[in-house]
Design a binder for this molecule. Structure first.
Ligand code: PGA
Ligand code: MG
Length: 234
């Protein structure tokens, strides 16, 4: 089967957004009388959407800590206000992304983003980093009833692109991407430079680890070249 579409995770795969996410999380903590956290720690809280980031940034990642619903709502408001102000300011496109996306486009591959980030922040970040025009479809954390690691948003992107899941590849940085793609029945490539909630990607069961999006483009090219070969045994 040839690959006709590539679906991309955003934070940690296309864009290094940690400086802005950390700044917003710390602005929220300071507003609520807490001391700021190290950026490296906050990076471990990214990947399962902003509600998870807010909760973990407020508790310092302590899974046992209890937070009331009221306290969570107030914290979330502070985070959203702060992130609106800084989203994109210090975020950078990872090396190899532009070149990789251009080469996929040139090969006729359709491109989509499937992120757990809410729509308003996804659009703002893609426009600010100059990446928006590469993508034929965007599925954000609030587009579907579920988020990655559920297959729902991945299957929705396939629906928007009018491609079968088996004709796609997912490219991400975390276990949430790997599980969502596999549940949707498509191959998955993982980049090692992203966040993966602070864990190494080496133990993830994926089709391949690619160093950059350029390598991902080459992986697709190789895959499609072998799919085009007539079966010599028949
Ligand atoms: O919002 C998050 O937690 C991360 O978003 P991502 O799915 O683009 O990595
Ligand atoms: Mg990610």
């Amino acid at each position: 089967m040839s690959i006709h579409a590539a679906l991309f995770d955003l934070d940690g795969t296309l864009v290094d957004s940690i400086p802005d996410l950390a700044q917003a999380a710390n602005a929220m903590r300071i507003k609520l009388g807490l001391s700021p956290l190290h950026q490296e720690l906050i990076a471990q809280f990214v990947g399962k959407g902003i509600d998870n980031l807010v909760r973990r940034a407020m508790t310092g990642g302590d899974e046992q800590a209890v937070m009331t619903a009221e306290a969570f709502i107030v914290a979330r408001e502070h985070f959203i206000d702060a992130y609106h102000q800084v989203n994109g300011d210090h975020s950078t496109v990872f090396e190899g992304v532009l070149e990789g996306l251009k080469s996929m486009k040139a090969a006729g591959i359709r491109l989509a983003v499937v992120t757990n980030k809410p729509t308003v922040f996804t659009e703002q970040l893609l426009i600010q980093t100059g990446l928006r025009s590469f993508f034929d479809a965007i599925v954000s954390g609030d587009t579907c009833p579920t988020r990655k690691p559920d297959a729902g948003p991945v299957l929705h992107a396939c629906f928007l692109l009018e491609v079968a899941p088996t004709d796609c590849v997912f490219i991400g940085d975390s276990i949430n991407d790997a599980q969502a793609a596999q549940a949707a029945g498509m191959p998955v490539l993982i980049v090692p430079y992203g966040y993966n909630e602070g864990n190494s990607v080496q133990n993830l069961k994926v089709n391949d680890i690619v160093e950059t999006i350029v390598e991902a483009a080459q992986w697709i090219e190789r895959h499609n070249a072998s799919a085009d070969q007539p079966d010599l045994l028949t």
